[in-house]
Design a protein around this ligand. Structure first.
Ligand code: C5P
Ligand code: C5P
Ligand code: ZN
Length: 489
């Protein structure tokens, strides 16, 4: 990891030294899978280095939340998985002597708005702060090559090097860093790339991670075989997906024992040969039923297994683990998700599983709502306004799942609105890597269009978000539509 990106590691070493000089640190992180794993990686690094700290989670870091942090007694604040998009506010508090920030993030640094820079477009560069660790500052893509948990991992590695004689100190944390990257959907084309691949290699060397090519369906560890196939909504296979009898019928025709001791087996219960039998038959069926080739390719991908976790649990698989975490923190139970990451496998895991049931139900109801209501098509974007029908903390996930389903075009970005409260509306935007290659930068779209209607936003080129005043949705769509048109024009 340090080899492919030496500058990032050097800078992380300076951040680690600053943390070691602190009396006590406030660790602040984001409420999704990447934010939780970022916090868990950082917390473990701090703990092992003997640094005292307290952890807090924020739904979105805005001026108000930063002021709340500034009002605490902590003079050192470690921000993970956010902070770069709020450099202006953070730097102001630093100048006022409220705290020294250390930031391990992967979001696009916020540009100074037009009105302050005086230029026609956005962007005189963002204000700088010394201990700012962000892959984008080192030529690494923050949307696909390093997540917040990855940035926290680079920092934890340096904390380990600074406080032990072990050059491999803290490489066991690579497993959580990979859960964060997978949770942020950084595994494009079926595998992790760039600096993320370096972290995977360190995790494999530390024997905490296994990497394999396997069936890409969600639920390999925990779902009974028929359910694994029935619920495979990412790759829709006619006659199997969404059909319990179809999935059972398909499996029954194969030379594989489906039950053991009266219970359905799961994918990980199968031998390598049995997996091969099922996977090949599935691909054959998909071809027969005319599933497009690029979808069929998506049936097989690189999987990341957490070798220290018990088999047959959500924790064993990076993808299932990340969904379990989203089910906690996006429902105001970040404490549960963090406890699971830190190894509490009794009470916290049970609680997380209950939350997961609820999260899944909300996702499928949300997706059904979008499919029933449909999206509105503008010249360059499409959008839906879920009002209070979809929780604002998951409307982005639903928007991402809706892309590519019936009536939702993969060729244009999608904007999704959900009500936060009477005064504010949340916006989530999702694009594709193909659109990004054509010039799309949703982070800039969200930043500029929200500023135009009195809100604030940012994120990544391929996925971004904003908060705007309620009632400004239509004006926001018009503005975003123009900006996307310019970017792709
Ligand atoms: O705040 P954070 O960076 O952790 O969130 C990134 C968000 O972007 C996630 O919700 C993730 O699902 C989304 N994303 C996406 N498609 C990508 C990359 C990220 O939808 N290719
Ligand atoms: O909330 P959502 O999943 O749509 O967020 C997508 C990305 O945009 C995340 O990385 C999130 O941190 C970022 N975002 C932001 N500012 C906002 C809202 C979201 O930077 N006001
Ligand atoms: Zn993230």
């Amino acid at each position: 990891m340090s080899a492919p990106v030496p500058d990032l590691a050097d800078h992380a070493a300076a951040c680690a030294d600053r943390l070691l000089a602190a009396e006590e640190v406030l660790l602040a992180s984001h409420i999704d899978a990447d934010g939780l794993t970022s916090a868990a990686v950082a917390a473990t690094g701090l703990e092992r280095a003997g640094i005292e700290f307290e952890t807090v989670f924020k739904k979105q870091l805005d001026a108000h939340e930063i002021a709340t942090i500034a009002a605490t007694d902590y003079d050192t604040v470690l921000f993970t998985d956010f902070g770069s998009g709020q450099l202006d506010d953070i730097a102001r508090h630093e100048r006022e002597g409220d705290f020294t920030p250390v930031i391990a993030d992967h979001h696009k640094p916020a540009a100074v708005p037009d009105s302050q820079s005086g230029s026609s477009q956005t962007s005189s560069g963002p204000p700088e702060t010394e201990f700012h660790l962000n892959p984008l500052l080192f030529g690494i893509d923050g949307a696909s090559e390093l997540s917040g948990a990855g940035a926290a991992y680079v920092l934890a590695r340096e904390l380990g090097k600074a406080t032990t004689d072990d050059p491999e100190a803290n490489t066991d944390l690579a497993a959580l860093a990979v859960v964060g990257a997978v949770g942020d959907m950084q595994a494009s084309g079926g595998e992790l790339h760039g600096a993320n691949a370096g972290i995977v290699a360190e995790g494999v060397a530390a024997e905490v991670l296994g990497e394999a090519t396997d069936l890409a369906l969600y639920g390999r560890q925990t779902r009974p075989l028929p359910k694994l196939l029935e619920y495979s909504s990412d790759v829709y296979i006619p006659g199997i997906s969404n059909s319990q009898s179809g999935a059972v019928g398909f499996l029954s025709d194969l030379d594989v024992d489906l039950k053991s001791g009266g219970e359905w087996r799961t994918w990980v219960d199968l031998t390598a040969d049995e997996r091969q039998t099922v996977a090949s038959a599935l691909v054959r069926r998909a071809i027969q039923r005319g599933v497009p080739a690029h979808k069929i390719d998506g049936l097989v991908a690189t999987t990341y297994t957490l070798l220290d976790e018990p088999e047959g649990t959500e924790l064993r698989d990076a993808s299932e683990f990340s969904t379990l975490l989203n089910a906690t923190a996006r429902y105001e139970r970040a404490d549960v998700g963090l406890a699971v990451c830190l190894g509490d496998r009794d009470g916290a895991l049970d609680r997380a599983r209950d939350l997961l049931t609820n999260h899944r139900r909300n996702l499928s109801e949300g997706l059904r709502w979008v499919q029933n209501e449909g999206v509105t098509r503008e010249d360059h974007v499409q959008w839906f306004d879920a009002g209070t029908h979809i929780r604002e903390t998951i409307v982005g996930i639903v928007a991402g799942m809706a892309v590519g389903s019936d009536g939702v075009d993969r060729e244009v970005p999608i904007l999704a609105f959900a009500s936060k409260n009477d005064e504010e509306t949340k916006v989530s935007a999702r694009g594709t890597h193909a659109l990004v290659r054509a010039g799309l930068d949703l982070s800039a779209v969200m930043g500029e269009a929200s500023a135009a209607v009195g809100g604030k936003g940012g994120g990544h080129d391929v996925a971004a978000g904003a908060t705007i005043p309620a009632g400004q949705e239509r004006a926001f769509v018009e503005c975003a539509d123009d900006i996307v048109g310019e970017q792709l024009g």
